[in-house]
Design a binder for this molecule. Structure first.
Ligand code: MAN
Length: 350
């Protein structure tokens, strides 16, 4: 299937070997799904770095964050109580764990292609009992000179949305879990609409319902209510199993444009787009039928978890949209789109 993405020729722009593990004894297995923002004239990525202990033959080991540091759990590969068929998650004696522990790391760049880790900025790590399995896939929204970081907080309690805010990327204010499990893919609009904050988020409902995109309102960007389901999965489509928002919506003359991910039953992750009313984003005006980006390059097809393109960060410059994305859950890549071309691909509801 063809798509309308113009991939960077330099892809992947960051691979696990390009950064150092956060501590001795760990290895970086994946770099993926960066939040993206401008700060002090540079382009910054807040990358999800997924680590695990260096593995020894016949044993699966993985880290968990505890109050006093990291604890390593080790299970024999042929233990009858172990189910390790998914490279991302394991089940042991009925409980789920992640095979890797993710933290968030800052890198910056002058040209948007070559990134380095600047000195003097902290790593963002999971903290407290709701983040013992790490923090992931951060969206960064800039509102009134404050950066809002919405990320996935993972623990044995479940998967929810955490919020931290910062102005200088050195000092952070923690607001705890703003949307409880099961929820992820939360992106806050970068402008208030009629005085209110808005955010997209993705609860998962196991019985009735599914993995749909919802919209929420807030008076302060911290407390959220008036939840409304706005985008559902579509049977027999590329987005039949799950959908989730990417970064903050892009304001265009026709409406708020959101690039989102959709997966099918075979866990193939593609990107599509939808358009919301400028004045009332709970009104969805249009949506793409076909994906705008499909995993096709070798680094998208083969990696830690193949056939994945997943974005939660971008830079807008006039008509040019540069998305940064996780490829095959292992590499950080970039691609450019024409915003007009995405708008032209939308199918209006009426
Ligand atoms: C899914 C995948 C993993 C992620 C967990 C928890 O299994 O997206 O990469 O670690 O959810 O968020």
């Amino acid at each position: 299937m063809a798509d309308i993405a113009q991939r960077f020729t330099q892809n992947p722009i960051l691979s696990p070997k390009d950064l150092s593990p956060s501590r001795d004894g760990l290895e970086i297995v994946c770099l993926l799904n960066p939040g993206v923002f401008m700060f002090e004239g540079k382009i910054w990525l807040l990358i999800r770095v997924a680590e695990r202990p260096e593995q020894t033959a016949g044993i699966i080991s993985f880290p968990i964050l505890k109050k006093h540091g990291i604890e390593i759990l080790a299970i024999e590969e042929n233990d009858p109580y172990l189910n390790a068929t998914d490279p991302r998650v394991i089940n042991y004696k009925g409980a789920d764990y992640l095979t890797t522990l993710s933290h968030l790391r800052l890198v910056c760049s002058d040209d948007g292609v070559h990134f380095y880790q600047p000195a003097g900025y902290p790593l963002l790590q999971g903290e407290g009992e709701d983040e013992t399995f790490g923090i992931e896939d951060c969206r960064v929204s800039l509102i009134d000179k404050t950066y809002y970081l919405t990320f996935t907080s993972v623990s044995a309690h479940g998967v929810g949305v955490g919020l931290r805010t910062t102005k200088d990327w050195k000092r952070f204010e923690k607001h705890g879990m703003i949307i409880p499990p099961h929820n992820k893919d939360c992106a806050i609009f970068e402008e208030r609409i009629n005085g209110k904050f808005y955010a997209l988020h993705r609860p998962s409902s196991v019985a009735l319902g599914g993995n749909y995109i919802w919209l929420a309102e807030s008076p302060d960007g911290i407390h959220w209510g008036k939840h409304k389901c706005i985008i559902k999965t579509r049977p027999n489509h590329w987005d039949s199993a799950r959908v989730g928002a990417g970064a903050a919506p892009i304001k265009t003359a026709s409406g708020w444009l959101e690039v989102y991910h959709g997966a099918n039953g075979k866990h193939q992750y593609c990107l599509g787009a939808f358009l919301m009313d400028l004045n009332d984003p709970s009104k969805v005006l249009a949506r793409t039928e076909e994906p705008i980006m499909v995993p096709t390059a070798d680094y998208e097809l083969h990696g830690f978890f193949g056939e994945v393109v997943f974005t939660n960060g971008h830079i807008v410059n006039g008509d040019e949209l540069t998305i940064y994305y996780g490829a095959a859950d292992e590499f950080v890549c970039g691609a450019k789109f024409s915003i007009q071309e995405i708008l032209d691909a939308l199918v209006f509801y009426h």
